[in-house]
Design a protein around this ligand. Structure first.
Ligand code: G3H
Ligand code: 13P
Ligand code: ZN
Length: 324
């Protein structure tokens, strides 16, 4: 059956992940909720020649309006092509929480969906994930599943503590569901407060031992890392300097993400860092130019800075720059 996503001009993740695996890099999945974030992602990725996954949460879809979002994605692809860019662009549902939501996204032009059954009992996670895979396969849409629970907020599901992915379960889960990629829990978490550090303490390393075990069980299979913002201290400081209050915010160090990207990790999810860049710049403009009330005068600089941060990440952290 011809998939609605062909009309949007996006691609599924299959070929993109194969190339990332062979090339030892990860494809960035940047979340967006509005036009400026989307423009920054496209400019940042087109200019750095990086494949990109445009990532939309359930909350983002409600915020932006699902019909408008479809045309925004279509326009974003067109914009990249008008810039002379050939980068592959995927439209992906982040943390889908039901079969109905995944189906609706597939029908409206998503080329990839995540069904997040990680908080469910194991057998229920398998049943729900398989139901989505069976539907998505009719349209050659990619499906990401999740095993293991990240601490923090997973959209509307909140977990106090993380449960690392059990490598003993991954073969069975992938085999029985048929998922095309797997999100795992190895010590990352969502949001700006990933680690509670005492003064002088360093961020603990991710559980690369678990990642290696998983790679052994699933050779060549694409692994996804959620909660992978670095919480760049430059922007934490800027937010605090210009009236914000983010104390003790800490993220995953860039070197650790680079190491993960060289392995079976093919997709790295980044939302918080983008939010912080935008907030920091807007706060700065408001403080420095209190008479300003034209949204272009604060959203414009925020968009420009975000595109630069995205280029930096693609080039120095994910290794996805210069691939297309
Ligand atoms: O993992 C969650 C993403 O950061 C999306 O967050 O549900 O607030 O849009 P959101
Ligand atoms: P961050 O909160 O670390 O940016 O993670 C985003 C994410 O995993 C989206 O699914
Ligand atoms: Zn996530």
């Amino acid at each position: 059956m011809k998939a609605p996503y062909h009309e949007i001009g996006v691609v599924n993740t299959k070929e993109v992940f194969k190339r990332a695996m062979e090339g030892g890099y990860a494809v960035p999945a940047y979340n967006f909720n509005n036009m400026e974030q989307l423009q920054a992602i496209i400019v940042g990725c087109a200019e750095s020649k990086s494949p990109v996954i445009l990532q939309v949460s359930k909350g983002a879809r409600d915020y932006a309006n699902q019909t408008l979002l479809r045309y925004m994605a279509m326009g974003a692809v067109q914009m990249a092509r008008e810039m002379g860019s050939k980068i592959p662009i995927t439209l992906h549902l982040d943390h889908g929480d039901s079969f109905e939501l995944c189906k609706s996204c597939i029908e409206s032009g998503f080329s990839s969906v995540m069904i997040d059954g990680s908080h469910l009992p194991y057998e229920e996670n398998i049943t729900l994930t398989k139901q989505v895979v069976d539907y998505a396969n009719q349209y050659d849409v990619s499906v990401e599943g999740e095993l293991g629970v990240l601490a923090g907020i997973e959209d509307e599901v909140s977990a106090e503590k993380s449960h690392y992915t059990d490598p003993k379960q991954v073969q069975d889960f992938v085999g029985r569901t048929g998922v095309h990629s797997l999100a795992i829990s190895i010590g990352t978490s969502h949001g700006a407060y990933k680690f509670k550090l005492k003064p002088g303490e360093k961020v603990p390393p991710l559980r690369f031992d678990i990642l290696k075990e998983i790679e052994k069980k699933l050779p060549g299979f694409p692994i996804v890392l959620h909660g992978a913002s670095s919480v760049l201290q430059k922007y934490v400081a800027m937010i605090n300097e210009y009236g914000g209050k983010l104390e003790g915010a800490a993220g995953v160090p860039e070197e650790q993400l680079r190491e993960a990207a060289r392995s079976a990790v093919c997709k790295i999810n980044i939302d918080t860092d983008g939010r912080m860049v935008v907030t920091a710049i807007i706060r700065k403009v408001f403080v420095e130019s209190p008479k300003e009330f034209d949204p272009r005068k604060y959203l414009g600089p925020a968009r420009k800075e975000l595109a630069e941060v995205i280029k930096h990440k693609n080039t120095n952290v994910l290794g996805s720059a210069g691939r297309y």
